[in-house]
Write a protein that binds this ligand. Structure first.
Ligand code: SF4
Length: 335
């Protein structure tokens, strides 16, 4: 569905999109790098208002969120396009597609909230591809979801400008941001983006009081040096706080990156230990099934708080946000 976009201005014959830090300058008839915003006669339009490529009920753990209503379900929505072009994208069939390439289901603006209630979900989630580029619809539909007492979650690369993020941020309860590496060179050569704006979005999310979890996919030879991971951990500690849940996830060969092996378990375990040593209190390994590294333990006494296997979770030693053994307050959003 086509609708006039927000966050753009005229620049002579062209328009400048100001939704994300690429700030594309787009000629009449042209599109931005994300492939879903088009200049038509000097006005910028979104081509995907309400256009969904994927709608599914997911466990909240799949996003991943481990400290936000564990065990609940999120009605999840994705569209097409992306403002990055990661060579290892797991969802390239939608993220690299254009609106005319795939079947898209048209959603009414109140449909995400209505369907979430119908399926007994606690939240809606903007996920699968980058929600930034679906800004107009996600803002309008999130506003309605909040009115209907649903939670709103967002899984993002964090590459969004401050004003639009503040606009969607008013409706977000939780966000998981991928920090894809801690090097500008990686972002430039592998993802087609920049690191600094991503870090700024993490800090802003924290300032706005949105529950934040951070994911770092470890790719052999690309972002797996312990020196780089240490810098990342120290930045999280300093800027986001020791209670920020950090997910190190395992890479599997995919899309344009099939020449590399899956991340060795040793690398994941080394990153896990390093993050704990640096002082992060909630560190997890993803895309592996090792209970010990998926569970939540009390950072004070080591009591098992939440047991997980894959995307299922069971609350064990936690009551009203505190450890049942020692009473330590755990930073977790739950009833
Ligand atoms: S949202 Fe799309 S069109 Fe706008 S600046 Fe980013 S990549 Fe370019």
């Amino acid at each position: 569905m086509i609708k006039e976009a927000r966050f753009w201005k005229e620049e002579g014959e062209r328009v400048r999109c100001e939704l994300c830090p690429h700030r594309c300058l787009i000629v009449d008839g042209g599109r931005g790098r994300c492939g879903v915003r088009e200049n038509r006669g000097g006005k910028l339009y979104t081509l995907i208002y309400g256009s969904a490529s994927s709608v599914a009920v997911d466990p909240i753990e799949k996003k991943p969120f481990y400290h936000f209503f564990p065990g609940s379900f999120a009605l999840s929505f994705g569209t097409v396009g992306c403002n990055f072009s990661c060579k290892h994208c797991q969802n390239h069939s939608i993220s690299m597609a254009r609106p005319e390439d795939v079947y898209l289901r048209d959603l009414e603006v109140d449909e995400p909230a209505r369907l979430a209630k119908q399926y007994g979900c606690k939240s809606i989630s903007w996920t699968y591809n980058e929600p930034t580029i679906w800004h107009e619809f996600t803002v309008d539909a999130s506003r309605i979801a909040k009115r209907e007492n649903l939670y709103v979650t967002y899984v993002s690369n964090g590459f969004i400008n401050e004003d639009p993020f503040r606009e969607i941020g008013k409706y977000l309860d939780a966000i998981n941001i991928d920090v894809k590496s801690f090097s500008e060179e990686f972002y430039r050569s592998i993802s087609g983006g920049r690191l600094k704006p991503v870090l700024n979005t993490c800090i802003l999310a924290r300032e706005l009081g949105i529950h934040l979890e951070v994911t770092y996919l470890i790719i052999p030879t690309k972002n797996d040096s312990m020196e780089e991971i240490k810098k990342f951990c120290d930045w999280v500690l300093e800027e986001l706080g020791e209670d920020t849940p950090v997910h190190f996830t395992r890479f599997y060969p995919h899309y344009k990156m099939t020449d590399l092996p899956p991340t060795p378990m040793k690398t994941l375990l080394d990153a896990f230990e390093l993050a704990k040593e640096r002082g992060l209190r909630y560190v997890y390994l993803g895309n592996v099934h090792h209970g010990e590294y998926e569970n939540t333990y009390c950072p004070n006494c080591g009591n098992l708080l939440i047991e997980r296997f894959g995307f299922s979770s069971s609350i064990k030693g936690l009551e009203k946000g505190r450890c049942k053994e020692c009473g330590e307050r755990i930073r977790i959003v739950m009833d």
